[in-house]
Design a protein around this ligand. Structure first.
Ligand code: SF4
Length: 160
């Protein structure tokens, strides 16, 4: 079973009300059981919503109370992001998830890079809040930008 950011499958859950539909991934996963999640909606945030960024660290720092997540207008939405991560983690506790494919750059789902909290389009290395919790739980997490190497294709092939 594969967990995936819902916006990559075309769900209009992005902050703007749109999506990040990825036809290549949809085709790759067409015979697989997938769990589609939007951590920000699971955390109780509406769609559309203001864009958010992590300030003062990365996703794992947010989980440890050392950084926060704010909307562009300064509203602190850290609790929503942590709730979304915990709700997503419940899926991997109940289902045999082998792999998570998450949207790069997102403050929830980013895998290798996130934005720095300045809302100036500046990114740095680090994971979003939900991805950090999934990694901390031992799940292999890739993004839609990750090259599909043999080990990843094998994990997808093994998934039901
Ligand atoms: S929280 Fe994740 S699934 Fe939801 S819109 Fe953002 S990137 Fe997509």
């Amino acid at each position: 079973m594969i967990l995936i950011s819902a916006c990559l499958l075309g769900k209009n859950c992005k902050y703007s009300g749109g999506n990040n539909k990825n036809p290549g991934l949809i085709s790759l996963l067409k015979d697989k059981s997938v769990i589609s999640v939007c951590p920000e909606e699971l955390g109780g945030l509406p769609t559309p919503r203001l864009p958010a960024e992590i300030s003062g660290g990365t996703g794992i720092d947010v989980i440890h109370g050392k950084a926060k997540v704010c909307f562009r207008d300064g509203t602190d939405v850290t609790r929503n992001f942590i709730k979304g991560a915990i709700e997503t983690q419940k899926y991997i506790q109940f289902y045999p998830v082998k792999l998570a494919i998450m949207k790069e750059g997102s403050p929830s789902c980013g895998v290798n890079r996130i934005y720095d909290g300045s809302f100036k389009g500046i990114s740095h290395s680090g994971s979003g809040v939900t991805t950090a919790l999934l990694k901390d739980s031992g799940i292999k997490v890739i993004s839609e930008e990750t090259p599909l190497t043999g080990d990843i294709l094998a994990l997808i092939a093994e998934s039901e």
